[in-house]
Design a protein around this ligand. Structure first.
Ligand code: ADP
Ligand code: ASP
Ligand code: MG
Length: 406
């Protein structure tokens, strides 16, 4: 008998009919003689709606109360599924994050799991009960409700699978697996049979939200095989595993898009030692994650500094940057929220030249202007205007020979 953790995302529990579909799947897994622990997301769109309500209630919603509010989305679906399973004659019980002993730090809205007790879940499993755990939420050491950041129920699932030493962790979503690019943007994207933890970490960090990055980190650390698949059909999905996948042999193995980027430029900053520290220290002190940074060459003792932050932090960062302009004697702060980052990824890039030139030529052919470029050993990222970003993904996918033949 296997212990299987099954996580269902927002679209898979979007309404009562879909939750019933989930109940049938869970029941089927249980009927096959397995112990099942289910992790649920909120219904699709509910977390966004709750955030919007909070923003109407308060200009700057209190972070603790925000997490109390956001956790209700997952509470609803968990209770509904447990009710259905009971009605179908199964032993089932829902549990909130704290009841499942998901302990986190106190970083509201983006809390990290520090420990999962899981003894209460285990006791129920031993009594042949299907346990339905509300994903995305936990409890800090002071007993406050916390949430794990957007997409966090993936991390709940993998972390609970690790704590329970589950045989497998299945992530049910609205696509058939992990593809070479987002299949909703790039119809010619190819589904992968397997992907390594490291490759998935790269894809997730560059915008592939099919798995929250922290869930992949957990899976790698505890060596949990993760099966990403659709809740709408029986097709085998993609296994995320430790072995090097065939994918890694390719020069470019995937294309990703991250629309959650905003660009800020400080113009004519006096080019002196310590200036970058002056610019970025206040931003770091406010826990704002800076992604790309570019500094122009010195012209007559001045330089421009451009960087990107998540869209949600744009307003806050602009305010800080305006103060930095005054303190440093820079000319002005310019901002642009309509940008996106397109990346090509591939471990094989390490030993290959010419990837950058193919990327730049491909974008140029479609008249897509590159705003910023950053590179690492295994990826090249370009920011472009948001309205061209999806086109950029498609043309790059074709240019690097990733299109499916079907
Ligand atoms: P869930 O609500 O099930 O957690 P998400 O919306 O968080 O689902 O993640 C699934 C989505 O991830 C897909 O609908 C797809 O648009 C997107 N996605 C981005 N990149 C990829 C990729 N490389 N492969 C598969 N899906 C991807
Ligand atoms: N409901 C949360 C979100 O929308 C968590 C999740 O779906 O994983 O981000
Ligand atoms: Mg998700």
């Amino acid at each position: 008998m296997a212990l299987i953790v099954q996580k269902f995302g927002g679209t898979s529990v979007a309404d009562i009919d879909r939750i019933r579909n989930v109940a049938n799947r869970v029941a089927q897994t249980s009927d096959q003689g397995n112990s099942v622990v289910v992790i649920l997301s909120a219904m699709a769109g509910v977390t966004d709606k709750l955030i919007s309500l909070a923003n109407q209630a308060s200009e700057n919603p209190d972070k603790r109360e925000m997490d109390v509010l956001l956790a209700t989305g997952e509470q609803t679906t968990s209770a509904l599924l447990a009710m259905m399973l009971k009605q179908m004659g199964y032993k089932a019980q829902s549990m909130l994050g704290h009841q499942a002993q998901v302990m986190t730090d106190s970083d509201y809205g983006n809390a990290r799991i520090i420990d999962i007790g899981a003894s209460r879940v285990r006791k129920l499993i031993e009594k042949d009960t299907i346990v339905v755990v509300a994903g995305f939420q936990g409890e800090d050491t002071k007993g406050n409700i916390t949430t794990l950041g957007r997409g966090g129920s993936d991390t709940s699932a993998v972390a609970i699978a690790a704590a329970l030493k589950a045989d497998t962790c299945e992530i049910y979503t609205d696509v058939n697996g992990i593809y070479t690019a987002d299949p909703n943007i790039c119809p010619k994207a190819r589904k992968l049979k397997m992907i390594s933890y490291d490759e998935m970490l790269n894809m997730a960090s560059l915008g592939a939200k099919v798995l929250q990055i922290r869930s992949v980190g957990f899976a790698k650390k505890y060596n949990i095989p993760v099966h990403v698949r659709s809740s709408f059909n029986e097709e085998e999905g993609t296994m995320v595993v430790s072995e090097d996948s065939a994918m890694e042999q390719l020069v470019v193995s995937g294309v990703t898009l991250d629309k959650d980027q905003a660009r800020i430029t400080l113009t004519k900053v006096p080019d002196q030692p310590g200036i970058a520290a002056k610019v970025f220290s206040p931003i770091a002190e406010n826990n704002i994650l800076v992604d790309m940074i570019i500094q122009n060459t010195n012209i007559a003792g001045h330089t421009d500094i451009t960087f990107t932050v998540p869209k949600a932090d744009y307003k806050r960062t602009m305010k800080l940057t305006e103060q930095i302009v005054k303190q440093t004697g820079a000319q002005e702060a310019l901002g642009d929220i309509n940008i996106a980052k397109v990346s090509v990824i591939g471990v094989g890039m390490k030993n290959h030249s010419g990837v950058a030139s193919v990327m730049f030529n491909t974008l140029a052919r479609d008249n897509i202007n590159i705003l910023m470029i950053t590179t690492s050993e295994i990826r090249i990222s370009c920011t472009v205007e948001e309205k061209y970003a999806e086109l950029a993904v498609r043309v790059l996918h074709t240019a690097f020979g990733l299109d499916t033949e079907e």
